[in-house]
Design a protein around this ligand. Structure first.
Ligand code: LRH
Ligand code: MN
Ligand code: MN
Length: 424
């Protein structure tokens, strides 16, 4: 199914009056409101191919209907999201879950939906059918060179798929680590991993980046070989200029100060990409902004400050992606909510009075600093985000239109009631 311009225009016509009133009210107090709206229009968040199905937990999976059964249908789903919000203009593929059979056809299909190919993701955390060696005891860290070689070759293969599709980056997340003390020699595991990554790095085209994603625990529960931002930064620094750290919001130990991590990585020019999600406990992969919206705002505050300081373009110079999947909500509604939450946090952070904050910091005026931040955070910026959508030709209320058009019902009719999307 497709969502056409007329359906969006008709929906917007019904909501436009209220939108105009709310937006005008906000504009009264904001001198540079159009500049902010323009930044929101430009900001695109990539959607991972594996978030389009109702994901499972370790204990079970409750499949929903109308889920995409192949890459073409995944692209179509993200096309629907992008038509609704004009902010989801890229797809991130995971290999081998999404091996393209016909590159040209896939590229054309993505173009038709206005989608670019974001980072490619490799997978050495699962054994695939017909694979020679097992990753049970790790991949790039493995004590056996043959296993490491298999993992390296897989990553090079992923780069090749990405080149054909026009992607410009590879994200490597390794499940490597150990679950029991004594299982692993940490130094050797690090060195093996570094050498493996170096071989992958050597295969990167000149205009590509490699993102080294870290994660504190899971599936290993004693040590992870790329366990935190320090370790990731170590790999990225040793690898070279094309290597960066990738921050996934759910990959930290509880209460980690992620905004500080982001600030320092940006200072070093080593922050490459972002995986958005939210969590209460661990890598919960819940809808972005559903648990800790203030933290998300503080992270965006540091992102903006750090990017502006380095003259970086917000929309282009980092890889922005959602990495969430769970098993309760309609995944498309859930993704619309995540994108909205990201744009809200971004908009709020754009409203921070930087001069006032700098002054408060320079004079140790702690209370004033808090006032400045919370003034921005407590502004209801939803009319701003909606205005950006209106100007971009998207729906004023994407979730509402999604329901009005009964998108899920139509997908179920097209694809069936019992469907399972490849992925997590
Ligand atoms: C690991 C992770 C990583 C994977 C994705 C499926 O927890 O965040 O980014 O590629 O989930
Ligand atoms: Mn991730
Ligand atoms: Mn994760």
């Amino acid at each position: 199914m497709n969502i056409d311009r007329n359906q969006i225009a008709e929906h917007n016509k019904r909501l436009e009056h209220t939108q105009q009133r709310r937006f005008a009210q906000l504009a009264e107090d904001m001198p540079n409101i159009d500049g902010v709206v323009q930044k929101l229009v430009s900001f695109q968040v990539a959607i991972p191919s594996w978030a389009l199905g109702t994901g499972g937990t370790r204990f079970g999976r409750f499949s929903g209907g109308g889920e995409p059964g192949n890459l073409e249908e995944k692209i179509a789903d993200i096309g629907l999201l992008h038509a609704l919000n004009q902010s989801s203009g890229a797809i991130s593929l995971h290999i081998p879950w999404d091996i393209p059979k016909d590159y040209a056809a896939i590229r054309t299909l993505a173009e038709q939906h206005g989608l670019a190919f974001d980072a490619m993701n490799s997978n050495t955390f699962q054994d695939q059918q017909g694979q020679t060696h097992s990753y049970k005891f790790g991949s790039m860290q493995h004590v056996d060179r043959a296993v490491r070689k298999q993992a390296i070759d897989h990553n090079i293969e992923v780069i090749k798929h990405g080149i054909e599709l026009g992607s410009k980056s590879l994200t490597v997340w390794l499940a490597d680590g150990s679950s029991f003390p004594g299982q692993l020699n940490f130094r050797r595991a690090f060195q093996n991993t570094l050498e493996s990554l170096q071989e992958v790095y050597a295969a990167l085209p000149a205009d590509w980046k490699i993102f080294v994603e870290y994660k504190a625990f899971e599936p290993n529960f004693y040590s992870t070989t790329v366990g935190d931002w320090g370790q990731s930064l170590l790999y990225a620094s040793k690898l070279g200029d094309k290597a960066y750290t990738l921050v996934d919001l759910g990959h930290h130990l509880p209460n980690a100060n992620i905004e500080q991590i982001v600030a320092l990585l940006l200072m070093e020019g080593k922050l490459g990409g972002f995986h958005f999600n939210d969590s209460k406990y661990g890598d919960d992969d819940l809808t972005t902004g559903s648990i800790k919206p203030y933290q998300l705002f503080l992270i965006f505050s540091e992102l903006i400050e750090g990017m502006d300081n380095r003259g970086m373009e917000h929309a282009k110079d980092l890889g922005w992606m959602i990495d969430a999947s769970h098993n309760l909500k309609d995944p498309l509604e859930d993704l619309l909510q995540s994108v909205e939450a990201i744009l809200i946090a971004y908009a709020q952070a754009l409203l921070i009075d930087r001069n006032a904050l700098n002054e408060a910091q320079a004079t140790n005026d702690v209370a004033r600093a808090q006032e400045v931040l919370q003034q921005a955070f407590r502004t209801d910026v939803r009319p701003l985000v909606a205005e950006a959508r209106l100007r971009a030709g998207a729906a004023l209320n994407p979730v509402q239109l999604y329901r009005e058009l009964d998108v899920r019902g139509r997908l179920v009719k097209e694809r069936g009631e019992k469907t399972v999307a490849t992925g997590l």
